[in-house]
Every structure is written in C-alpha cells, then in structure tokens.
Design a protein around this ligand. Structure first.
Ligand code: ASP
Length: 276
C-alpha cells in the first residue's frame, strides 16, 4: 500500500501544492491522476486548479466527477488524489456513490492514494477528528480505514497569548480520547505522512511552529508526544471506539448508568481538559 497524506494543500505564502511538489511528483512517479473533487461544491473549478498545478510537471489530471462510471474509473485509475474541503460532504458523497469500499480495496491492492486535508482525514478509521462542521449527514463516520488510527490535519498549537476562549485543538482531541481509545496523529501545516510497505514516516516542515514536531501524537492516558520521521509504531494500533458506557448505550440511558459513566470518566482523569 502507498499513501501520501498531506496536512494541507496550500502553505502560507506559496501556491497550491507548491510546498510538497517534489514529494508529490516523486510519489506519482509519472502516473496519471484521478482527482476526487467531492469535498468542494465546484468540481470543475477544483479539478482545473489541480490540473493547473500538476499538468506543467507532466501529470495528466482527470476529475472523477466527469467519469460516466465512477466505479470503473476507480478500477482503472493509476493514482488517486482526494482533495480537501468539507470532510462531511466528501464522505457523504463517496458513500452515496458507493465508492468507499471499492476505493479502499483498490488502495489496499496498491493503487497510490494521495490525500490533502479532508482527503487525509478519510484515510483514517473515521472522520471523528476532522476540524470541519457537519454541513451534511453521512450514513456513518467510518472512513477508508487505510491506517488503523485517526488523523488531524491543519494541526495548530494553542497560542498562549491569544484572548480567544474557544477550545484549542488539543482540547478537542482530548475530548475525542475521552470517548475513544484510538491514537490521533496531528499533522501541522506543511507536513505529511507517507506510508509504504508497512513503514509510516512523517515528512515536510511545519509552518510557524516552535514545537519540535513536526507532528504530534495524542493517545489515551498519555501526554502529547512530538514525533518526526518514522512513526510505524502507529500502524500496530488496536483501535477501540466508543469506550464509554454512554457511547455504547442505545438511544436512551438511565440516570444511574449516566452518573456511573461520569464517575468513571473522573477516575480516568480526563474529566476537565480545559484545566490543561
Ligand atoms: N477543512 C479541512 C480541509 O481543508 C479538513 C479539516 O480541517 O479537517 O480539507
């Protein structure tokens, strides 16, 4: 399996894909690209943007939305690139077109998969750690599951001088870990994850970060871990979603069970991520 999962497609002050161009071209190795534009509304314009960036370097780009038979187009693709945008819209569209399982199967068989941002989110187990708003409702949050963990693109460190009181990214990911025992790889802008032959490597250079990074792993019950280079240990993850009683309960839950669940969360020691 070959994956190139970019945190972002445009770095501050550079053109589309420019910051990762050498890596992208090396990854594609001359293959024609089937572009999946479903995370944005205007598929033609989005595909034209990708073509404008890559055609001058010899890469032929075709939008999946122009295929008469998208399933056949996936089956015949030489390489696929899933662009960023809204992750809920992207997954919803892939589900409605019946493309999730066929695409994942082909990537597991060796179809090179490149994702940026939303396209990186869906390479993980689920889209539960996207930064996006749920502007649409997919049938489930389960994604392509090409890697056995979660990704958080555009990862941004808290600014200690900020007066903003909304959640920091770390707080949001801590909340995910209260309910799920699944590591999350936070990719700062400018970075990416490459996966090839059972080896996972963080590449790129984080934009405007003072942290050692360039990426950071959040795991249940552990302090955030700055990572660089080889992160293949993440490929051996045993994910456990919905570990709280509430997330396992049916549509309703008794008050007693709810209170016991809250006490268990306090015992686990993560009841107040806002104290950090
Ligand atoms: N909206 C992001 C993107 O550019 C995805 C994310 O932040 O989760 O695709």
């Amino acid at each position: 399996m070959r994956l190139l999962l970019l945190s972002n497609s445009t770095n501050h002050a550079t053109g589309y894909l420019e910051h990762a161009l050498d890596t992208v071209l090396g990854f594609l190795d001359g293959a024609a690209l089937t572009f999946v534009p479903y995370a944005l509304a205007d598929h033609d314009a989005y595909t034209a943007k990708v073509a404008e960036a890559l055609t001058p370097h010899g890469t032929r780009v075709t939008g999946l939305h122009t295929a008469a038979d998208p399933l056949a187009a996936i089956a015949e693709a030489e390489a696929v690139f899933v662009g960023g945008g809204n992750t809920f819209r992207l997954l919803d569209t892939l589900q409605r077109l019946g493309l999730v399982a066929p695409l994942a199967a082909r990537v597991r068989e060796g179809l090179p998969y490149m994702g940026a941002s939303a396209g990186t989110n869906i390479a993980g187990l689920s889209i539960r750690t996207t930064n996006d708003m749920p502007i649409t409702q997919p049938a489930s949050f389960e994604a392509l599951a090409l890697v056995p963990f979660q990704l958080n693109p555009h990862f941004i460190d808290a600014d200690p001088t900020s007066t903003h009181r909304g959640e920091t990214r770390e707080q949001r990911l801590t909340e995910f870990l209260e309910v799920n025992d699944v590591p999350v790889l936070g990719l700062r802008e400018g970075t990416w994850l490459s996966v090839e032959d059972g080896t996972a490597v963080v590449g790129g250079a984080a934009v405007s970060s003072t942290a050692p990074g360039p990426a950071v792993v959040f795991a249940r019950g552990a302090a955030p871990r700055e990572v660089s280079g080889d992160v293949s240990d993440l490929l051996a993850t045993t994910p456990r979603f919905d570990v709280t009683a509430m997330s396992q309960a049916g549509p309703t839950m008794s008050l007693e069970a709810f209170r016991a669940d809250q006490e268990a969360a306090v015992d686990y020691g993560v009841s107040d991520p806002y104290e950090r």
